[in-house]
Design a binder for this molecule. Sequence first.
Ligand code: ARG
Length: 466
Amino acid sequence: MSQDEKTNQQWGGRFSEATDAFVQRFTASIQFDQRLYRHDIQGSIAHATMLETAGVLTTEERDQIIEGLNEVQTEIEAGTIEWSIPLEDVHMNVESALTAKIGITGKKLHTGRSRNDQVATDIRLWLRDEIDAISAELTRLQTGMVQLAETEADTIMPGFTHLQTAQPVTFGHHLLAWNEMLERDYGRLLDCRKRVNQSPLGAAALAGTTYPIDRELTAKLLGFEQPTRNSLDSVSDRDFAIEFCSFASLLLTHLSRMSEELVLWTSAQFNFIDLPDRFCTGSSIMPQKKNPDVPELVRGKTGRVNGHLISLLTLMKSQPLAYNKDNQEDKEPLFDAVDTVKDCLRAFADMVPAIEAKRDAMLEAARRGFSTATDLADYLVRRGVAFRDAHEIVGKSVAFGIEQGRDLSEMTLEELQQFSTDIDSDVFDVLTLEGSVAARDHVGGTAPNQVRQAATQALATLTGRS
Ligand code: ARG
């Protein structure tokens, strides 16, 4: 970065000495806001286009500005523009590069706007693009997840409460539960996009501008739904960024829960699934190890995204209207939240379809955990036993099974009848795992045919998104 300028050319008029070199670095944002350059140029082109229709710029000036801005963009992309710290941020760097190129006309671009509405416009444009990329990646993940659920609609595994074997469920049902979490996250993201997609351009520094600007036109040129309604709010509002981060926090919270289950399931103790080697790493000391690093890391990254949400909430807390320099601090947390979400979604979207269910091990685990105990109680209730009494009878049968090392389905009829004479030979229909899951045959239940229907519906929803 070049640091040779004496006083800042954009606002140095009232200053008699150059800014302290450390203060320049301390207050600059070019180190991180340079990634907004494309959206900054897009916003400037729309602004110049509007200024011409308003009669503030001549057609020739407008064309010179647009052509110059396009050249600046090409140079930035070619890496030939040197970012300058004394020029503080991406907005002044781009404007200065433009002026260096086209001369005095470049200095007219900033007519009727301020960096305050400019930066608010740039972040919204940038975030809108990122939201669209994230939506597509989330849809890819969900599609893979639901397709796997369909494949595993009949795969029986133990369902847990308190991490203790509770009742048998199907693996497909479990995957569809994950998809429900993601479906709500998607809804939150779309909702956030609506509030991101408003144009603050024209709010200028805080009060609007005296030029005959057309805010509807710039909003339209930039693909925004409409101009924001209040100039003070437009330059100070960052709650769209906070909303994005709260979406991100919840998404990562959900991914961390899935990660935790994947980590447990790949352990020798559970042994429910296998993750392909390409998603795992080894240990430099223990040759037998295959560590589920990808889900572990996603689980860990949740903390960092939660931190960004708290940063932004705290940044906004108690800020008086309108723009304050505090808001420059919105960028790094937001940028990192976006990057982290994209990486985690990509990792998950690649990994989930590659999960290999160890069906026999899952089935065996369901069999070992007395997971059909509730089914036996329900059977007794159907035969006229009060539920509390049935609970007691089954409790005693389970205690006997633990002592004998056998599941309920592995006992003889005589053994079961010690606990209740209401038990008959048809009891074995409900004590099987297949019978147990098939009996939960209603909307939202784990019966394989319900899982298949739910997967079909979910896939139709996902296909309908684009
Ligand atoms: N770099 C600044 C930011 O990110 C741009 C707006 C600066 N406005 C000002 N009045 N200093 O917020």
